[in-house]
Design a protein around this ligand. Structure first.
Ligand SMILES: NC(=O)c1ccc[n+]([C@@H]2O[C@H](COP(=O)([O-])OP(=O)(O)OC[C@H]3O[C@@H](n4cnc5c(N)ncnc54)[C@H](OP(=O)(O)O)[C@@H]3O)[C@@H](O)[C@H]2O)c1
Length: 238
């Protein structure tokens, strides 16, 4: 039986990914801080879910918890990092920005590095992370969120290059959602909001196909392209 860990499986995209991976025959380690939500998920399929409760921003503890969970699962083929946070921050409150950095940058790095090093040592594996279309350009609405997603995208590119050099079957997948109908997507002026089940199905397909990068849902590639080509002079005025 293949083994996977979903970091951030207590709600939203990570929850649905855990459900689909279990349905696809994986034994799945599920993590988050909200233990009761994880235990509720485990109860739906006690044979296939293993719970580990930890805070990704505790960057000393998170790698230890991942190692323990991997031992409990009896190995690891795939780690999906879905934990993330974001908040509109019009007043540029520094504590909000630093809170986002703590999870999306420092915590992300801790999980990504543990995962990459584990897979390199065992000679194979797949690390996938939910980044965002937000990582393509900066935004006055939420500078830290958009910048942290740019960091993640760039970091994954670095790991992919590193994996290629090893010539080992190690895969790095960058999953870039637009809007997905979860607690995080609360707000006005949202469009093309994907049901979480549809987003999760497309993410699983991208992982199965060992894609480098995938837009979730697929039509968000169009917005990504428009973001890319938008002249700086116009972007500055938005
Ligand atoms: N929804 C969207 O429209 C959208 C769009 C683009 C990208 N994304 C990205 O998708 C990912 C998942 O978000 P979502 O939409 O599924 O939102 P969500 O329902 O709020 O899920 C966030 C997950 O992150 C976990 N988490 C938050 N803080 C954590 C911490 N300090 N330590 C460990 N886990 C933590 C939460 O678990 P606990 O609270 O139990 O710890 C939860 O499982 C995020 O990286 C987000 O940036 C979402």
């Amino acid at each position: 039986m293949k083994k996977a860990i979903v970091v951030g499986a207590s709600s939203g995209i990570g929850y649905q990914l855990a459900v689909l991976l279990a349905a696809n025959g994986y034994k799945v380690g599920i993590t988050g801080r909200r233990d009761q939500l994880l235990l509720n998920l485990q109860k739906t399929n006690p044979e296939q879910f293993v719970v580990s409760v930890f805070d990704v921003t505790d960057i000393a503890d998170a790698p230890l918890k991942l190692k323990e969970l991997t031992d409990e699962l009896g190995g690891l083929d795939l780690l999906v990092l879905s934990s993330g946070t974001g908040k509109i921050n019009p007043t540029l409150d520094t504590s909000i920005e630093q809170g986002i950095n703590a999870l999306n940058v420092s915590g992300f790095t801790a999980v990504a590095n543990w995962s990459y090093n584990f897979f390199q040592k065992q000679g194979f594996g797949h690390f996938a992370a939910i980044t965002s279309i937000a990582g393509i350009r900066g935004s006055r609405q939420a500078p830290a969120y958009f910048a942290s997603k740019a960091f993640q995208i760039n970091y994954l590119e670095g790991l992919r290059q590193k994996a290629k050099q090893t010539k080992l079957p190690i895969y790095i997948t960058d999953l870039r959602p637009g809007f997905v109908d979860t607690d995080m997507a609360a707000g006005e002026n949202l469009f093309w909001v994907a049901p979480v089940e549809k987003a999760a199905r497309q993410i699983i397909s991208a992982i199965d196909n060992k894609r480098d990068v995938a837009y979730i849902t697929k039509r968000w590639r169009i917005i990504a392209f428009l973001f890319w080509i938008l002249p700086k002079a116009i972007h500055k005025r938005l």
